[in-house]
Design a protein around this ligand. Structure first.
Ligand SMILES: [Zn+2]
Ligand SMILES: [Zn+2]
Length: 200
């Protein structure tokens, strides 16, 4: 499973931004010698859209994982297997029905990110622009481009994982053993679930 804590709480930069010229900065004042490094930021609202998608996809994957683990752990006696399978089947179908079919929100493309200069010793931020008139500053929250990219990468791998978990859920959801073939069906589903859990 993806390390949710790593991406769920990125460092948030509160910066002012001029609505006219796009100049940015914060209220930090450097005490010593500033060492500015170029960086790129995206607005926190766009990042939050991605994060919301990632968190619900992670929840969904977790429920599918649990289903796979329960398939592996299923040991009902042959005469009770039909009922046990019916329960697993219903869960699989419910999870598939609530699957997030939609595409994830777009990550902010590189050319739409704001360039800033961030001091590595004091966190002072500067992004000077040529202002034509009076700067009108609005405060906003921003997230660094690398955190945004890391989250996009996590979403991509969660989607890949989700597809293989869904493939197993489909097998479970439509498994209908022929009479007397319960052990075979159980064995086949367990093998599939085990190999999936081993790779996930
Ligand atoms: Zn500094
Ligand atoms: Zn301005």
């Amino acid at each position: 499973m993806a390390a949710i804590d790593d991406v769920a709480t990125p460092e948030c930069l509160t910066l002012w931004r001029c609505i006219g010229c796009g100049a940015m900065g914060n209220a930090k004042e450097c005490q010593g010698t500033c060492d500015f490094k170029r960086d790129f930021v995206v607005d926190a609202a766009s990042h939050a859209d991605l994060l919301e998608f990632f968190l619900s996809l992670s929840d969904h994957n977790e429920a599918l994982h649990l289903l796979a683990r329960d398939v592996v752990a299923e040991t009902a006696a042959p005469e009770r297997f039909e009922r046990a399978l019916a329960g697993l089947r219903a869960r699989a179908k419910r999870l598939l029905a609530e699957a997030l079919g939609e595409e994830p929100p777009q990550a902010v493309p590189p050319d739409e990110r704001a360039e800033i200069w961030l001091c590595v010793s004091c966190d002072m931020v500067e992004a000077p622009r040529d202002c034509l008139g009076i700067c009108i500053r609005r405060n906003g929250d921003f997230v660094r481009g690398k955190d945004h990219d890391a989250l996009s990468a996590q979403i991509e791998s969660a989607r890949i994982e989700s597809r293989s978990l869904a493939a197993l859920a489909r097998q479970i959801g439509w498994a209908t053993p022929r009479p007397g073939q319960f052990e075979r069906t159980r064995g086949a589903l367990r093998t599939m679930a085990l190999s999936l859990l081993a790779t996930a």
